[in-house]
Design a protein around this ligand. Structure first.
Ligand SMILES: [Ca+2]
Length: 459
Protein backbone atom coordinates (compact mmCIF):
# COMPACT_ATOMS: atom_id res chain seq x y z
CA UNK A 1 0.00 0.00 0.00
CA UNK A 2 1.61 3.21 -1.08
CA UNK A 3 1.16 6.43 0.80
CA UNK A 4 -0.59 7.99 -2.16
CA UNK A 5 -3.11 5.16 -2.22
CA UNK A 6 -3.72 5.65 1.47
CA UNK A 7 -4.30 9.31 0.87
CA UNK A 8 -6.77 8.57 -1.91
CA UNK A 9 -8.63 6.19 0.34
CA UNK A 10 -8.53 8.63 3.23
CA UNK A 11 -10.29 11.06 0.93
CA UNK A 12 -13.00 8.49 0.40
CA UNK A 13 -13.39 8.09 4.12
CA UNK A 14 -13.73 11.83 4.54
CA UNK A 15 -16.50 11.93 1.94
CA UNK A 16 -18.20 8.89 3.45
CA UNK A 17 -18.18 10.30 6.98
CA UNK A 18 -19.82 13.42 5.64
CA UNK A 19 -22.60 12.29 3.33
CA UNK A 20 -21.45 8.73 2.66
CA UNK A 21 -21.60 9.42 -1.02
CA UNK A 22 -18.46 7.40 -1.65
CA UNK A 23 -18.87 4.41 -3.89
CA UNK A 24 -19.26 1.05 -2.26
CA UNK A 25 -17.31 -2.00 -3.32
CA UNK A 26 -19.35 -5.14 -2.80
CA UNK A 27 -17.40 -7.66 -4.90
CA UNK A 28 -14.20 -8.36 -3.01
CA UNK A 29 -12.84 -10.49 -5.85
CA UNK A 30 -12.29 -7.32 -7.88
CA UNK A 31 -10.10 -5.64 -5.29
CA UNK A 32 -6.48 -4.83 -6.13
CA UNK A 33 -5.82 -2.53 -3.14
CA UNK A 34 -7.09 -2.62 0.41
CA UNK A 35 -6.30 -0.22 3.26
CA UNK A 36 -7.26 0.34 6.88
CA UNK A 37 -8.38 3.93 7.35
CA UNK A 38 -7.09 5.67 9.38
CA UNK A 39 -3.81 3.74 9.21
CA UNK A 40 -2.66 4.88 12.67
CA UNK A 41 -4.38 6.37 15.71
CA UNK A 42 -3.64 7.10 19.34
CA UNK A 43 -6.58 6.67 21.71
CA UNK A 44 -7.12 6.36 25.43
CA UNK A 45 -7.66 3.01 27.19
CA UNK A 46 -11.08 1.49 26.46
CA UNK A 47 -11.84 4.27 23.99
CA UNK A 48 -13.45 3.54 20.63
CA UNK A 49 -12.34 4.28 17.10
CA UNK A 50 -14.20 3.60 13.86
CA UNK A 51 -12.09 2.04 11.13
CA UNK A 52 -13.08 1.79 7.49
CA UNK A 53 -11.75 -0.51 4.78
CA UNK A 54 -10.96 1.40 1.62
CA UNK A 55 -10.42 -0.39 -1.66
CA UNK A 56 -9.47 0.08 -5.26
CA UNK A 57 -10.79 -2.32 -7.91
CA UNK A 58 -9.10 -3.69 -11.00
CA UNK A 59 -11.24 -1.27 -12.99
CA UNK A 60 -9.70 1.64 -11.06
CA UNK A 61 -12.78 2.42 -9.00
CA UNK A 62 -12.28 3.48 -5.41
CA UNK A 63 -14.72 3.01 -2.57
CA UNK A 64 -15.54 1.61 0.80
CA UNK A 65 -15.39 -2.16 1.06
CA UNK A 66 -18.78 -3.13 2.45
CA UNK A 67 -18.09 -6.63 3.74
CA UNK A 68 -14.52 -6.96 4.98
CA UNK A 69 -13.48 -9.11 7.91
CA UNK A 70 -11.99 -7.33 10.93
CA UNK A 71 -9.80 -8.62 13.70
CA UNK A 72 -7.65 -7.04 16.40
CA UNK A 73 -4.49 -8.07 18.28
CA UNK A 74 -6.09 -6.75 21.49
CA UNK A 75 -9.36 -5.15 22.29
CA UNK A 76 -12.41 -5.86 20.17
CA UNK A 77 -13.66 -4.77 16.78
CA UNK A 78 -17.16 -5.20 15.36
CA UNK A 79 -18.05 -6.37 11.87
CA UNK A 80 -18.75 -2.70 11.17
CA UNK A 81 -15.17 -1.71 12.07
CA UNK A 82 -15.90 -0.13 15.47
CA UNK A 83 -12.83 -0.81 17.58
CA UNK A 84 -12.76 -0.75 21.38
CA UNK A 85 -9.30 -0.46 22.86
CA UNK A 86 -8.15 -2.66 25.75
CA UNK A 87 -7.58 -1.11 29.16
CA UNK A 88 -3.87 -1.80 29.00
CA UNK A 89 -1.49 0.66 27.44
CA UNK A 90 0.38 -0.54 24.41
CA UNK A 91 0.67 -0.67 20.66
CA UNK A 92 -1.84 -2.91 18.90
CA UNK A 93 -3.04 -3.72 15.43
CA UNK A 94 -6.37 -4.02 13.72
CA UNK A 95 -6.46 -6.18 10.63
CA UNK A 96 -8.85 -6.18 7.71
CA UNK A 97 -9.17 -8.82 5.04
CA UNK A 98 -11.26 -8.77 1.91
CA UNK A 99 -10.93 -11.24 -0.92
CA UNK A 100 -7.25 -12.07 -1.22
CA UNK A 101 -6.09 -8.81 0.31
CA UNK A 102 -5.12 -7.79 3.81
CA UNK A 103 -4.01 -4.60 5.56
CA UNK A 104 -3.29 -3.55 9.13
CA UNK A 105 -3.73 -0.36 11.08
CA UNK A 106 -1.79 0.63 14.20
CA UNK A 107 -3.47 1.60 17.46
CA UNK A 108 -1.47 3.27 20.25
CA UNK A 109 -3.31 3.16 23.56
CA UNK A 110 -1.94 5.95 25.73
CA UNK A 111 -3.38 7.30 28.98
CA UNK A 112 -1.91 10.78 28.99
CA UNK A 113 -2.53 11.37 25.30
CA UNK A 114 0.69 13.32 25.00
CA UNK A 115 1.82 11.77 21.78
CA UNK A 116 2.71 14.91 19.88
CA UNK A 117 2.08 15.61 16.26
CA UNK A 118 3.22 19.24 16.40
CA UNK A 119 4.55 21.87 18.74
CA UNK A 120 3.97 25.61 18.46
CA UNK A 121 5.87 28.34 20.29
CA UNK A 122 3.48 30.82 21.87
CA UNK A 123 3.39 33.71 21.38
CA UNK A 124 4.57 33.12 17.84
CA UNK A 125 6.01 36.61 17.55
CA UNK A 126 6.90 39.32 20.02
CA UNK A 127 8.24 42.86 20.04
CA UNK A 128 10.47 43.65 22.98
CA UNK A 129 12.65 46.44 24.23
CA UNK A 130 16.38 45.61 24.50
CA UNK A 131 17.41 43.53 27.52
CA UNK A 132 13.84 42.93 28.67
CA UNK A 133 12.34 39.54 29.35
CA UNK A 134 9.19 37.70 28.47
CA UNK A 135 7.88 34.16 28.69
CA UNK A 136 7.38 31.78 25.82
CA UNK A 137 5.56 28.49 26.02
CA UNK A 138 5.75 25.38 23.85
CA UNK A 139 2.25 24.20 23.07
CA UNK A 140 1.91 20.62 21.94
CA UNK A 141 -0.85 19.30 19.73
CA UNK A 142 -1.43 15.61 20.41
CA UNK A 143 -2.73 12.87 18.23
CA UNK A 144 -5.94 13.09 20.24
CA UNK A 145 -6.30 16.74 19.28
CA UNK A 146 -5.57 17.96 22.78
CA UNK A 147 -3.44 21.04 23.39
CA UNK A 148 -0.90 20.66 26.12
CA UNK A 149 2.09 22.55 27.46
CA UNK A 150 5.31 20.78 26.57
CA UNK A 151 7.24 21.08 29.80
CA UNK A 152 10.36 19.28 28.66
CA UNK A 153 11.05 21.29 25.53
CA UNK A 154 14.63 22.29 24.84
CA UNK A 155 14.91 26.03 24.26
CA UNK A 156 17.44 27.98 22.29
CA UNK A 157 17.73 31.49 20.91
CA UNK A 158 19.64 33.11 18.08
CA UNK A 159 20.60 35.93 20.47
CA UNK A 160 19.85 36.74 24.07
CA UNK A 161 19.22 33.99 26.58
CA UNK A 162 16.38 31.60 27.25
CA UNK A 163 15.89 29.38 30.27
CA UNK A 164 14.75 25.79 30.28
CA UNK A 165 11.30 27.14 31.19
CA UNK A 166 11.08 29.41 28.13
CA UNK A 167 11.86 32.67 29.95
CA UNK A 168 13.61 34.73 27.30
CA UNK A 169 15.80 37.79 27.82
CA UNK A 170 16.42 39.86 24.72
CA UNK A 171 19.91 41.03 23.85
CA UNK A 172 20.90 44.67 24.23
CA UNK A 173 21.08 45.13 20.47
CA UNK A 174 18.07 45.84 18.33
CA UNK A 175 17.36 43.29 15.64
CA UNK A 176 15.23 40.33 14.65
CA UNK A 177 15.91 37.11 16.47
CA UNK A 178 14.43 33.68 16.96
CA UNK A 179 13.46 31.70 20.02
CA UNK A 180 13.20 27.99 19.33
CA UNK A 181 11.59 25.11 21.17
CA UNK A 182 12.54 21.54 20.40
CA UNK A 183 10.88 18.38 21.59
CA UNK A 184 11.51 14.95 20.15
CA UNK A 185 11.32 15.28 16.39
CA UNK A 186 9.36 18.53 16.57
CA UNK A 187 10.54 22.10 16.59
CA UNK A 188 9.06 25.55 16.21
CA UNK A 189 10.37 29.11 16.40
CA UNK A 190 8.97 32.47 17.41
CA UNK A 191 10.24 35.65 15.83
CA UNK A 192 11.37 38.32 18.26
CA UNK A 193 11.75 41.92 17.15
CA UNK A 194 13.96 43.84 19.56
CA UNK A 195 13.11 47.50 19.10
CA UNK A 196 14.52 50.32 21.19
CA UNK A 197 11.06 51.87 21.29
CA UNK A 198 9.68 48.68 22.79
CA UNK A 199 6.26 47.29 22.03
CA UNK A 200 3.39 49.64 21.34
CA UNK A 201 0.76 50.06 24.06
CA UNK A 202 -2.47 48.28 23.32
CA UNK A 203 -4.30 51.44 24.32
CA UNK A 204 -3.12 55.05 24.50
CA UNK A 205 -5.00 58.30 24.93
CA UNK A 206 -3.55 61.80 24.61
CA UNK A 207 -7.03 63.31 25.15
CA UNK A 208 -6.59 65.52 22.08
CA UNK A 209 -9.22 63.84 19.91
CA UNK A 210 -12.26 64.79 21.98
CA UNK A 211 -14.26 68.00 22.20
CA UNK A 212 -13.53 70.11 25.24
CA UNK A 213 -15.96 69.26 27.99
CA UNK A 214 -16.39 65.62 26.94
CA UNK A 215 -16.74 63.17 29.80
CA UNK A 216 -15.15 59.80 29.18
CA UNK A 217 -17.57 56.92 29.36
CA UNK A 218 -17.54 54.25 26.68
CA UNK A 219 -14.62 55.49 24.57
CA UNK A 220 -11.70 53.18 23.99
CA UNK A 221 -10.25 50.51 21.72
CA UNK A 222 -8.70 47.03 21.80
CA UNK A 223 -10.90 46.11 24.76
CA UNK A 224 -9.93 49.11 26.88
CA UNK A 225 -12.92 51.28 27.82
CA UNK A 226 -13.20 54.48 29.78
CA UNK A 227 -16.01 53.84 32.23
CA UNK A 228 -17.21 57.17 33.55
CA UNK A 229 -16.07 59.54 36.23
CA UNK A 230 -17.47 60.72 39.50
CA UNK A 231 -16.67 62.96 42.40
CA UNK A 232 -18.10 64.50 45.50
CA UNK A 233 -18.58 67.78 43.66
CA UNK A 234 -20.97 66.02 41.32
CA UNK A 235 -18.81 66.82 38.34
CA UNK A 236 -17.12 64.09 36.36
CA UNK A 237 -13.64 64.32 34.96
CA UNK A 238 -13.79 66.07 31.59
CA UNK A 239 -11.60 66.98 28.63
CA UNK A 240 -9.95 70.35 29.15
CA UNK A 241 -7.81 72.75 27.13
CA UNK A 242 -6.52 74.48 30.27
CA UNK A 243 -3.15 72.78 30.12
CA UNK A 244 -1.63 69.75 28.42
CA UNK A 245 1.42 67.53 28.49
CA UNK A 246 0.97 66.72 24.79
CA UNK A 247 -1.09 68.47 22.15
CA UNK A 248 -3.56 70.98 23.49
CA UNK A 249 -5.82 68.97 25.80
CA UNK A 250 -5.81 66.76 28.86
CA UNK A 251 -8.28 65.21 31.32
CA UNK A 252 -9.27 67.51 34.19
CA UNK A 253 -10.36 66.30 37.62
CA UNK A 254 -11.47 68.98 40.06
CA UNK A 255 -11.68 68.55 43.80
CA UNK A 256 -14.02 71.15 45.25
CA UNK A 257 -12.68 72.90 48.33
CA UNK A 258 -14.01 71.59 51.64
CA UNK A 259 -13.60 72.60 55.24
CA UNK A 260 -10.91 71.15 57.41
CA UNK A 261 -11.88 67.72 58.56
CA UNK A 262 -13.77 66.94 55.38
CA UNK A 263 -12.61 64.66 52.59
CA UNK A 264 -13.02 64.96 48.85
CA UNK A 265 -12.97 62.63 45.88
CA UNK A 266 -12.73 62.69 42.12
CA UNK A 267 -11.93 59.72 39.94
CA UNK A 268 -11.96 58.48 36.35
CA UNK A 269 -12.90 54.82 35.91
CA UNK A 270 -11.72 52.45 33.22
CA UNK A 271 -11.88 48.79 32.27
CA UNK A 272 -8.69 47.21 30.94
CA UNK A 273 -10.36 44.36 29.09
CA UNK A 274 -13.84 42.89 28.62
CA UNK A 275 -15.15 40.49 31.25
CA UNK A 276 -13.21 37.26 31.32
CA UNK A 277 -10.28 38.82 29.46
CA UNK A 278 -8.48 40.64 32.25
CA UNK A 279 -4.73 40.86 32.31
CA UNK A 280 -2.34 38.81 34.40
CA UNK A 281 0.21 41.57 34.11
CA UNK A 282 -0.28 45.27 33.41
CA UNK A 283 2.06 48.15 32.63
CA UNK A 284 0.38 51.55 32.83
CA UNK A 285 1.82 55.02 32.38
CA UNK A 286 0.31 58.47 32.71
CA UNK A 287 1.29 62.04 33.43
CA UNK A 288 -0.32 63.95 36.25
CA UNK A 289 -0.21 67.71 36.75
CA UNK A 290 -0.33 68.97 40.31
CA UNK A 291 -1.87 72.45 40.05
CA UNK A 292 -0.08 75.60 41.12
CA UNK A 293 -2.44 76.02 44.07
CA UNK A 294 -1.91 72.42 45.14
CA UNK A 295 -1.62 72.20 48.91
CA UNK A 296 -1.47 68.95 50.80
CA UNK A 297 -3.04 69.25 54.21
CA UNK A 298 -2.44 66.82 57.00
CA UNK A 299 -4.81 67.86 59.70
CA UNK A 300 -6.57 64.67 60.60
CA UNK A 301 -6.58 60.95 59.96
CA UNK A 302 -6.94 59.39 57.53
CA UNK A 303 -5.04 61.76 55.32
CA UNK A 304 -4.05 59.53 52.45
CA UNK A 305 -4.53 60.90 48.93
CA UNK A 306 -4.87 58.51 46.02
CA UNK A 307 -3.31 58.50 42.57
CA UNK A 308 -4.72 55.33 41.07
CA UNK A 309 -5.97 51.80 41.63
CA UNK A 310 -6.30 48.53 39.78
CA UNK A 311 -8.37 45.55 40.85
CA UNK A 312 -9.99 42.41 39.52
CA UNK A 313 -13.78 42.41 39.85
CA UNK A 314 -14.74 43.59 43.32
CA UNK A 315 -13.29 46.85 44.58
CA UNK A 316 -12.38 45.77 48.04
CA UNK A 317 -8.96 45.48 49.56
CA UNK A 318 -10.22 42.63 51.69
CA UNK A 319 -12.12 40.53 49.18
CA UNK A 320 -10.42 40.75 45.82
CA UNK A 321 -7.17 41.17 43.96
CA UNK A 322 -6.48 44.84 44.48
CA UNK A 323 -3.57 47.23 44.15
CA UNK A 324 -3.37 50.95 44.61
CA UNK A 325 -1.08 53.92 45.01
CA UNK A 326 -1.69 56.41 47.77
CA UNK A 327 0.53 58.92 49.51
CA UNK A 328 0.62 60.63 52.83
CA UNK A 329 2.48 63.70 53.90
CA UNK A 330 6.01 63.79 55.25
CA UNK A 331 4.56 64.88 58.56
CA UNK A 332 3.45 61.27 58.89
CA UNK A 333 6.92 60.06 58.10
CA UNK A 334 5.37 58.26 55.19
CA UNK A 335 5.27 59.97 51.85
CA UNK A 336 3.99 56.98 49.92
CA UNK A 337 1.48 54.39 50.91
CA UNK A 338 1.07 51.67 48.35
CA UNK A 339 -1.65 49.14 48.72
CA UNK A 340 -1.53 45.69 47.36
CA UNK A 341 -3.96 43.56 49.21
CA UNK A 342 -5.43 40.26 48.32
CA UNK A 343 -8.39 38.14 49.03
CA UNK A 344 -8.15 35.82 52.00
CA UNK A 345 -4.54 36.75 52.16
CA UNK A 346 -2.63 35.28 55.08
CA UNK A 347 0.30 37.42 53.99
CA UNK A 348 -1.61 39.80 51.79
CA UNK A 349 -1.20 42.98 53.67
CA UNK A 350 -0.61 46.53 52.61
CA UNK A 351 2.83 47.41 51.40
CA UNK A 352 3.68 50.27 53.70
CA UNK A 353 6.74 51.92 55.02
CA UNK A 354 8.79 49.42 56.94
CA UNK A 355 6.91 46.43 55.61
CA UNK A 356 9.35 43.56 55.43
CA UNK A 357 7.61 42.49 52.26
CA UNK A 358 8.50 45.57 50.31
CA UNK A 359 11.10 48.11 49.52
CA UNK A 360 9.96 51.61 49.94
CA UNK A 361 11.25 54.94 48.82
CA UNK A 362 9.83 58.42 49.31
CA UNK A 363 7.56 59.36 46.48
CA UNK A 364 7.91 63.13 46.74
CA UNK A 365 7.43 65.93 49.15
CA UNK A 366 3.81 66.72 48.31
CA UNK A 367 4.49 70.43 48.82
CA UNK A 368 7.17 70.58 46.14
CA UNK A 369 5.20 69.26 43.18
CA UNK A 370 2.78 72.17 42.74
CA UNK A 371 2.66 73.51 39.21
CA UNK A 372 4.43 70.61 37.49
CA UNK A 373 3.81 67.51 35.41
CA UNK A 374 5.06 64.16 36.70
CA UNK A 375 5.13 60.76 35.08
CA UNK A 376 3.71 57.76 36.90
CA UNK A 377 4.46 54.20 35.85
CA UNK A 378 2.56 51.37 37.44
CA UNK A 379 3.41 47.69 36.92
CA UNK A 380 1.58 44.88 38.62
CA UNK A 381 1.52 41.13 38.11
CA UNK A 382 -0.78 38.65 39.77
CA UNK A 383 0.81 35.55 41.18
CA UNK A 384 0.27 32.51 39.00
CA UNK A 385 -1.00 29.10 40.08
CA UNK A 386 1.82 26.71 40.94
CA UNK A 387 0.00 23.63 39.74
CA UNK A 388 -0.34 22.26 43.27
CA UNK A 389 -3.41 24.20 44.29
CA UNK A 390 -1.41 27.18 45.51
CA UNK A 391 0.31 30.16 43.97
CA UNK A 392 3.87 30.79 42.96
CA UNK A 393 5.68 33.62 44.68
CA UNK A 394 5.90 35.58 41.47
CA UNK A 395 3.50 38.45 41.98
CA UNK A 396 4.96 41.91 41.80
CA UNK A 397 4.06 45.57 42.21
CA UNK A 398 6.26 48.43 41.03
CA UNK A 399 5.67 52.16 40.76
CA UNK A 400 7.94 54.81 39.33
CA UNK A 401 7.51 58.52 40.00
CA UNK A 402 9.33 60.21 37.14
CA UNK A 403 12.53 58.15 36.91
CA UNK A 404 12.51 57.00 40.53
CA UNK A 405 11.37 53.53 41.48
CA UNK A 406 9.27 54.32 44.55
CA UNK A 407 7.55 51.00 45.16
CA UNK A 408 9.09 47.60 44.63
CA UNK A 409 7.43 44.60 46.15
CA UNK A 410 9.83 42.01 47.45
CA UNK A 411 10.55 39.41 44.74
CA UNK A 412 9.17 36.64 46.89
CA UNK A 413 6.25 38.70 48.14
CA UNK A 414 3.43 36.23 48.01
CA UNK A 415 0.21 37.30 46.45
CA UNK A 416 -2.20 34.88 47.99
CA UNK A 417 -5.66 34.57 46.62
CA UNK A 418 -8.51 32.15 46.77
CA UNK A 419 -9.90 33.55 43.56
CA UNK A 420 -10.02 30.95 40.84
CA UNK A 421 -7.08 31.32 38.47
CA UNK A 422 -9.40 32.37 35.68
CA UNK A 423 -10.45 35.37 37.73
CA UNK A 424 -7.02 36.21 39.07
CA UNK A 425 -6.71 39.00 36.53
CA UNK A 426 -6.48 42.77 36.59
CA UNK A 427 -9.47 44.30 34.85
CA UNK A 428 -10.79 47.46 36.54
CA UNK A 429 -9.18 50.70 37.56
CA UNK A 430 -9.44 54.39 38.25
CA UNK A 431 -7.16 57.40 38.10
CA UNK A 432 -6.89 59.78 41.08
CA UNK A 433 -9.50 58.93 43.74
CA UNK A 434 -10.22 60.01 47.28
CA UNK A 435 -8.27 62.87 48.81
CA UNK A 436 -8.75 61.99 52.43
CA UNK A 437 -6.70 65.00 53.40
CA UNK A 438 -9.17 67.13 51.44
CA UNK A 439 -8.44 70.46 49.78
CA UNK A 440 -9.32 73.84 51.21
CA UNK A 441 -9.62 75.43 47.77
CA UNK A 442 -10.87 74.07 44.46
CA UNK A 443 -7.94 71.99 43.20
CA UNK A 444 -7.76 70.70 39.65
CA UNK A 445 -5.47 67.87 38.61
CA UNK A 446 -4.82 67.05 34.96
CA UNK A 447 -4.04 63.68 33.41
CA UNK A 448 -2.40 63.30 30.00
CA UNK A 449 -0.70 60.73 27.78
CA UNK A 450 -2.23 57.67 29.37
CA UNK A 451 -0.90 54.34 28.03
CA UNK A 452 -1.39 50.71 28.95
CA UNK A 453 0.54 47.63 27.82
CA UNK A 454 -0.08 43.94 28.20
CA UNK A 455 3.57 43.17 27.41
CA UNK A 456 6.69 44.61 28.99
CA UNK A 457 7.35 48.01 27.39
CA UNK A 458 10.95 47.85 28.51
CA UNK A 459 10.77 49.27 32.02
CA1 LIG B 1 -2.83 65.75 25.42
Amino acid sequence: MTRSTTQVLAGILFVCLGACSADKITDNSKLVRLAVIPPSVTIKPSAQQLFVAGGITSAGDTGVVTNPTWSASAGTITTGGLYTAPAALGTYYVRVTAGALMDSGKVIVDTDSTVLVRIVVFPHSATMAPSTSTDFAALGITTLGDTTIVTNATWSASAGTVTSAGHYTAPASVGIYYVRAHSGTFTDSAMVTVDSAGPAPYFADNFDSYSVGTTLNGQGSNGFTWAGGAGSSGGAAAISADISHSGTQSLKLTYVGVDTGQDDWEEQYFVLKPAGQGLKEVWMEWYVYFPSNYAYRSKESPNNNKLGYLWAETYSVSSDLNSGLEYEGPADGDSVHAHITLRSAPNGTDITNGDAGSYHYGIFDPMTVAGSWHRLRYHVRAATPNGSGGYSENGTFQVWFDDSLIVQSKPTYVIYTTISPANNLWRNGYLMGWANAGYTNNTSFYIDDFKVWDVNPGW
